[in-house]
Design a protein around this ligand. Structure first.
Ligand SMILES: [Zn+2]
Length: 201
């Protein structure tokens, strides 16, 4: 009865009109939400990097609390890199001290204003504000994607291989892997390692 009364209450304001049925989407004209974020693909990085970034954006990576929720015994919930907070996707890629230091190093390297992000989307959209050519923006976007890849690799190296990871190691990996992956895919086979390290792209 409670459910029936609830249902009748919901239907109270429904006005049926003559005419054919149609399929509609309430938010089309109202503009209540802004579903304008579309993950930007970047063909200068391998597909596996794009897929990881996509899963990170959807919060679909196996961070520890998520595993614990699925009864995978892990014994701890906190971030393996800093131990100062529960390991959430947002923490690993944005708010962890390691991630923040990595983004600062990336911004210094790529000569962009210091990155203050609240979400991974903030980081993935930064390329839009890069001054200069579209090509340069695409380089920077690729660097951000490779950085996500390297942060996740660093986290896995700590968890599964017991490695001690520093900011320098992660940034070194970003530069090396980025150069390997982006150089040829971008058609910039003349791009030297020295120029890459100065982000003269
Ligand atoms: Zn952390």
């Amino acid at each position: 009865m409670v459910e029936l009364r609830g249902l009748l209450q919901l239907c109270q304001n429904v006005v049926l009109e003559d005419g054919n049925d149609k399929v509609g989407w309430d938010l089309d004209d109202l503009g209540l939400t802004h579903p304008d974020f579309r993950l930007k693909w970047n063909n200068w990085v391998p597909g596996k990097v794009g897929i990881l970034v996509w899963r990170v954006d959807l919060d679909r990576i196996p961070v520890i609390p998520l595993l614990a929720k699925r009864n995978v015994l892990v014994g701890f919930l906190d971030c393996p890199a800093c131990g100062e907070a529960d390991e959430t996707t947002e923490h690993v890629f944005v708010s962890c001290g390691l991630a923040q230091a990595v983004w600062q190093a990336v911004s210094t390297w790529c000569k962009v204003p210091h990155i203050f992000a609240f979400s991974i989307r903030d980081i993935l959209e930064l390329y839009k504000f890069i001054k200069g050519s579209k090509r340069k923006a695409k380089f920077f976007h690729a660097v951000c994607m490779v950085s996500v890849w390297c942060l996740w690799k660093a986290r896995n190296d700590i968890v599964f291989n017991g490695m001690a990871i520093t900011v320098e190691i992660v940034v070194g990996n970003i530069k090396a892997l980025g150069y390997l992956w982006v150089k040829n895919r971008s058609g910039g086979s003349s791009l030297s390692w020295e120029d890459w390290c100065k982000f003269k792209v």
